[in-house]
Design a protein around this ligand. Structure first.
Ligand SMILES: NC(=O)C1=CN([C@@H]2O[C@H](COP(=O)(O)OP(=O)(O)OC[C@H]3O[C@@H](n4cnc5c(N)ncnc54)[C@H](O)[C@@H]3O)[C@@H](O)[C@H]2O)C=CC1
Ligand SMILES: O=C(O)C(=O)Cc1ccc(O)cc1
Length: 365
């Protein structure tokens, strides 16, 4: 008999996990979503085999239960299922961007002969909904698991086995360490990106030209400010302690920068940038992080009708998929630059080889 996986919350992440599990296991996937529309789409896209009409019905006989709902909801639902009949030996996990509060509420499951292991696949996108779900979303990403002390090691291994189709790299952390680190590398940067955008919006009140100038580099470095506001609201509410600490550190840091500028200490300002550059240049580049890297290739193109379709045609001929294409410069009589974005380093390398063969000048920044 097939094992049953129950996915609660059939959005981008729940859908992607379901697809990744199906790739490696012959399973029956049951789903539940508060939105009837999402459930219908998940069924029609064959992300799930069966739609449950309630949480109580869905958990029945399930070998693996995955919560892929917004973190505030997950916290409630994890507690709620403790009152239902759960299969002995079942594994329960979640995919939330925060861990301490969810893992805390999962203590209610302790006497139910099931094992809860918190999880966080550190990759995603600004899109949401099951239509955007992809089985390869987590490929090469870190997937953090936060088993509580004393958790059966076999359950952790079984969960990794369930999730092997994600092709992610698993790391075990305590929930506290997870929230501190995810706060620093993902949650807090979202706050900063939003605050930079607010700053420009205020300046625009006095000088509307600022928006036109912000269309290039500024737009790129603040890309994550276009993420789902409801999701980030919940994450901030959940990771309050880590974020308040980070905010204090940041404020102190800005005070130091302010002093350097006020004192006009050129050498110290240089050192500030140099040290940041050295540290950043030393960061590993190949892995996917919480904030996805870009695999961008720049191509010089003459201002000639048909050039874009020629470039995309070359890529199509070699079955290389683009995730984005943008024209960076299109004034008459000068060379333009196309920015092509790819899903992986490998796609970018192949694109570069084939475009160069066709005499296009390409470069990676
Ligand atoms: N979007 C991203 O890039 C990443 C998100 N996460 C985490 O994954 C979780 C889900 O996020 P997404 O898939 O992006 O969101 P999403 O909005 O695409 O999907 C969430 C789904 O949960 C459903 N839902 C909400 N309340 C529910 C309830 N009470 N019962 C059943 N279903 C309910 C919604 O209808 C929706 O279909 C969040 O906890 C988020 O923190 C983790 C890694 C990356
Ligand atoms: O798309 C982006 O910019 C992201 O930051 C994706 C993301 C969002 C939330 C997570 O917990 C992990 C990754």
């Amino acid at each position: 008999m097939k094992r049953t996986v129950f996915v609660v919350g059939l959005g981008l992440i729940g859908g992607s996990i379901a697809l990744a599990i199906r790739k490696e296991h012959d399973v029956h996937i049951r789903g539940y979503d508060i939105s009837g529309e999402q459930l219908k789409v998940a069924l029609s896209l064959k992300v799930i085999d069966e739609a449950a009409t309630s949480l109580r019905e869905g958990v029945e006989g399930a070998d693996l239960i995955i919560f892929a709902t917004p973190v505030l909801k997950t916290e409630q639902l994890v507690e709620e299922i403790a009152q239902f009949s759960l299969k002995t030996g079942a594994i329960v996990t979640d995919v939330g961007s925060t861990k301490v509060r969810i893992v805390g509420k999962a203590k209610h499951l302790q006497d139910k002969k099931v094992t809860f292991i918190g999880g966080h696949p550190m990759a995603g996108s600004h899109k949401s909904g099951v239509e955007a779900a992809r089985s390869h979303l987590f490929e090469n990403a870190f997937y953090i698991l936060t088993p509580a002390e004393g958790t059966d090691v076999r359950a952790v291994i079984q969960l990794q086995n369930w999730l092997k189709g994600t092709k992610a790299t698993f790391i075990e952390l305590s929930a506290e360490q997870h929230d501190r680190l995810a706060g620093a590398i993902s949650h807090f940067p979202h706050v900063i990106a939003a605050s930079l955008v607010h700053q420009i919006a205020k300046i625009e009140g006095e000088d509307p030209l600022v928006s036109r100038l912000a269309a290039g580099g500024f737009r790129d470095i603040t890309r994550i400010a276009s993420s789902n506001p409801a999701m980030w609201r919940d994450i901030l509410l959940h990771n309050k302690d880590s974020l308040l600490q980070l905010l204090e550190g940041w404020t102190r840091e800005m005070e130091c920068v302010k002093a350097l500028i006020e004192e006009e200490s050129g050498e110290a300002i240089f050192t500030y940038f140099q040290e940041a550059k050295d540290f950043r240049d030393g960061l590993p580049v190949r892995k996917k992080g919480a904030i996805p890297s870009f695999y961008d290739l720049f191509v010089d193109v003459p201002d000639h009708p048909g050039v874009i379709s020629d470039v995309t045609g070359i890529l199509a001929q070699h079955q290389i998929s683009l995730t984005n294409i943008r024209i960076l410069e299109t004034r008459e009589d000068i060379m333009g630059v196309l920015r092509l974005s790819f899903r992986s380093e490998e796609d970018r390398e192949r694109a570069q080889i084939h475009l160069q063969q066709e005499m296009y000048d390409t470069y990676i920044l």
